[in-house]
Design a protein around this ligand. Structure first.
Ligand code: PLP
Length: 371
């Protein structure tokens, strides 16, 4: 009887309990899943599901207001910023940013440090002059350039704060008077930075702040209003700001899941606690990579991402056996991006330390077998 019990537990653990290292959509806190599930059944004693609640009801308006207030509180930004909840993912922002900020005769400076940044460059060049001021493309995007020149007349400088695909992260901002625009899709709310140094911050929610379907855009009011030509209303930040992100039907459920995640971040101790946990998780993983000769990474040490670790098997023939072992042990989402290959382990806020420990133990036992 007892042995039956233990065998069943081991079975359930292996086949139901997963360690989720997905790069996005990715793991969220369990309490967020539970509260979101409850709200689908009945939202806040309204007798209605969150899915059937009108977006202009007082109940949903208060969800939106609280979500906006929490973004401002966690970022420690004031009323000189607009916080918008929009649709279309970070990819839509690649064009919506230059559409709102750039006149055809103006120049925007862009950093090219990976797949996402290079897509942003391509879209921006449809609206004005784009000057690529830094690129690590020739070295396979394995580092972040330092000490490059930024033209004073640039309308803004665009960076990708964390390169999700390549595993690099900005740990220090370039010194410049040019307004900084950052794609923070994969490291938003993972560390207490000075958000007031940025003119515009954007992030798809599905990596560190909620479910897919909503994008947060935080923009300095002074940056808006210099556009010399009309743009479609649904693309216009000013129109969304005037309407409190209720210009049209917002992604009601995704906004609610973002609110639950923001509440969880605050209740867990805020951004400095998120950062401490991220450092602990990343230190363990990078230490394991560095100490086992079976594994290797090409990413410059000082630019390593705390969110996404990208590494390889020293012997490429061992990649498939390693990935097979990961699959067998319930380690989900560790295969590298299709254009990069190798292994990518994503360690967002909600990933428990125990998952990183389990993964590192697996790496060590694989290394012992194949060392
Ligand atoms: C995932 C990701 C994107 C793309 O986000 P979508 O919401 O799918 O458009 C853009 N930039 C970065 C840095 C990302 O990690």
């Amino acid at each position: 009887m007892f042995s039956f019990y233990f065998v069943t537990c081991a079975f359930l653990y292996k086949y139901i309990m997963k360690h989720n290292f997905n790069s996005g959509p990715s793991i969220l806190p369990k309490t967020v899943y539970e509260q979101a599930a409850q709200a689908v059944l009945e939202f806040n004693n309204t007798g209605l599901s969150i899915l059937e609640l009108g977006h202009r009801t007082p109940q949903f308006m208060s969800v939106m207001e609280e979500a906006i207030a929490l973004v401002k509180e966690l970022m420690q930004i004031g009323d000189d910023y607009e916080v918008l909840f929009l649709q279309g993912g970070a990819t839509t922002q690649f064009m919506q940013i230059p559409m709102n900020l750039l006149n055809p005769n103006e120049t925007a400076a862009y950093c090219d440090h990976g797949v996402w940044g290079s897509k942003a460059i391509k879209e921006a060049s449809n609206f004005g002059n784009v000057q690529v001021v830094a690129s690590s493309k020739n070295e396979g995007y394995t580092y972040i350039n330092k000490g490059f020149a930024i033209p004073d007349n640039a309308k803004y400088l665009h960076i990708t704060s964390n390169n999700t695909v390549e595993g690099t992260q900005w740990h220090q901002l370039p010194e410049t008077n040019v307004p900084i625009v950052a794609d923070m899709s994969s490291d938003i709310f993972s560390r207490p930075i000075n958000f007031n140094q940025y003119a515009l911050i954007y992030a798809g929610a599905q990596k560190n702040m909620g479910a897919a379907g909503v994008t947060v855009v935080v923009v300095k009011k002074s940056l808006l209003g210099t556009l010399q030509h009309p743009i479609p209303a649904i693309m216009d930040y000013r129109k969304h700001a005037e309407a409190g992100s209720l210009l049209n039907t917002p992604p009601v459920f995704a906004v609610y899941v973002a609110l639950l995640t923001l509440r969880w971040i605050k209740a867990s101790g805020g951004l400095s606690v998120m950062e401490q946990q991220s450092i602990a998780k990343a230190n363990l993983l990078y230490h394991t990579i560095d100490s086992l000769p079976v594994f290797t990474t090409r990413v410059a040490k000082e630019d390593r991402s705390l969110m996404n670790a990208v590494f390889f098997l020293q012997n490429p023939a061992l990649e498939t056996p390693f990935l097979d072992l990961c699959k067998q042990e319930g380690m989900v989402g560790v295969k590298g991006y299709r254009t990069v290959g190798g292994i990518r382990v994503s360690m967002y806020n909600a990933l428990p330390m125990a998952s990183v420990e389990a993964f590192c133990n697996l790496m060590a036992s694989f290394a012992q077998q194949h060392g």
